[in-house]
Design a protein around this ligand. Sequence first.
Ligand SMILES: [Zn+2]
Length: 309
Amino acid sequence: MKRLMVLGILIAGGGLSLTLRAAQQAAQPAPKVVEVEKVKDNLYMMKGGGGNSAVFIAAEGVTVVDTKNPGWGQPLLDKIRSVTDKPVMRIINTHTHGDHVSGNVEFPETVDIVTHANTKLLMEQMNPVTGLAAPPPGPNIFQRNNGKGLPKRTFTDTMTIGSGNDRIDLFYFGRAHTGGDAFVLFRPLRVLHTGDAFHTRDLPIMDANNGGSGVEFAGTLAKAAAALSKDVDTIINGHNPTTTTPADLKTQSDFIADFVKFVQDAKKSGKTVDDVVKTWKTPANYAGYAAPTEARIRADAQVVWNETK
Ligand SMILES: [Zn+2]
């Protein structure tokens, strides 16, 4: 009897502490876990907390492509420490969106930051993204950090950084996801980071607010595929959980071209954006493509509509 009572108290006590623990966990933000995938011996894809980051370890030090959402810069730096002791020398941001640039402010002041010239202007503004909810009013993340994390160097068409085994080439092929999408080629490794110009196999954001274009998007990707396919085996995408290939980049270009034609045909035949939202379906020949949300179809259709005379 006594033993039973003791057991009962233990169980009750255990239940209480479990409840307390659950309450504590609910009050705490989820832990920020950066996942690592080795792409080459000295190149990693780091996932979670926003866009995919690339971490390139060269003789002189580390180059990081894209730095994730606010609060994810330090977890990313910690994860980089788990794969190399070399110093982080530079950040390259593929484009202006908050889930690719916000971690910049958590990197040391000494780190070089390189973007396309248009992206530097856009990062100074951090405009709302077409089709997404506007950010809270007030100063943006770079203004709140007195300009820390903004680009220090820019390019317009191409830029080469380093040489030999350390060489990185940056390219701009025109308007697509934004007006400043950089393609980052780790030339000796034959790996390309496309940012959100090729985010994943799905209808992309066409961010007209930040210089992006629906009508020009597919052509920009086709140009990138034509220029770089011979130098690339592997693509790190802005958000795809696995790497893709230049053939996938070409397919994404075709997919977007098909969507744009559908919208333009609808406009020419006197239909409406609502009609497009009701009738457009991912064509069956695009295997592995996600079905976009109605909101995404509507936002993109409107961008293409506005650009079509
Ligand atoms: Zn983006």
